[in-house]
Design a protein around this ligand. Structure first.
Ligand code: PEP
Length: 252
């Protein structure tokens, strides 16, 4: 079985100012200086990518974006392309976050297009999947997650997942302070890996599946100790350097 290096990715969402992110990034860089365990990625708002690209140079901390256009270039006012993200040294891009799906109407098809655009441009998509509370209560978690992943596989092929990361983020746990229990999360992560194994055992073994949804310093170690949880996608707690560093250490 391949060793999967854990990944902890910070999703700052639409938070921060130039004045607040500089000390935050410096504290994260300082805190991780001695620590080469988990891979760490920071995903700031687009406008701060240039600033972070400079600050993170030669630190080993990766840069990621929170979204990208499904088009390569052209008359798409307000959009940002994969090529532009590459220009700013992005390694990762979050695709299909539930806030994009819910608030901006991104369908499974749109998410699959964005995923393909990232892969074709040499970015590593972190594709988010997860169910609403009503869907979990109706016992539909696996149906929803399988549908979301199938759209990506249908568009890009299962081999494309070799260059991707999956984040399981139950929508009811995002920004709510209500975390999935380690067992609940593990069950879905194992389901995802098993589903992928039916297409390609090598891809299923190697792919990193992150958990996201109210991860914090107190619950991270237990979540990350589960067999199929390979790190976390962290929202709120990633805006506090000490909290985020504790989460990174828990993944090491
Ligand atoms: C997220 O935005 O991906 C997320 C998981 O947020 P939070 O950690 O705040 O729940």
């Amino acid at each position: 079985m391949p060793q999967r290096r854990p990944l902890v990715a910070a999703n700052w969402k639409m938070n921060g100012t130039l004045a607040s992110i500089r000390p935050l990034v410096r504290a994260i860089i300082d805190g991780l200086r001695e620590d080469a365990g988990a891979e760490v990625a920071l995903c700031p708002p687009f406008v701060y990518l240039g600033e972070l690209a400079g600050l993170l140079e030669e630190t080993g901390i990766a840069l990621g974006a929170q979204n990208l256009s499904r088009h390569a270039a052209g008359a798409y006012t307000g959009e940002v392309s994969a090529g532009m993200l590459k220009d700013y040294n992005c390694r990762y891009v979050i695709v299909g976050h539930s806030e994009r799906r819910t608030l901006y109407g991104e369908t499974d098809g749109v998410v699959a297009e964005k995923f393909a655009q990232a892969i074709e441009s040499g970015l590593i998509p972190v594709v988010c999947v997860g169910e609403y509370l009503e869907e979990r209560e109706a016992d539909e978690t696996e149906i929803v997650v399988a549908r979301q992943l199938d759209a990506v596989i249908k568009r890009a092929g299962v081999s494309a997942l070799a260059g991707a990361v999956i984040a399981y983020e139950p929508v009811w746990a995002i920004g709510t302070g209500r975390t999935a229990s380690p067992e609940q999360a593990q069950e879905v992560h194992a389901f995802i890996r098993l589903s992928l194994a039916r297409h390609d055992a090598g891809v299923a073994d190697a792919i990193r599946i992150l958990y996201g949804g109210s991860v914090n310093a107190a619950n991270a170690a237990e979540l990350f100790s589960m067999t199929d949880i390979d790190g976390g996608l962290v929202g709120g707690a990633s805006l506090d350097a000490e909290e985020f560093l504790a989460i990174c250490r828990a993944a090491t």
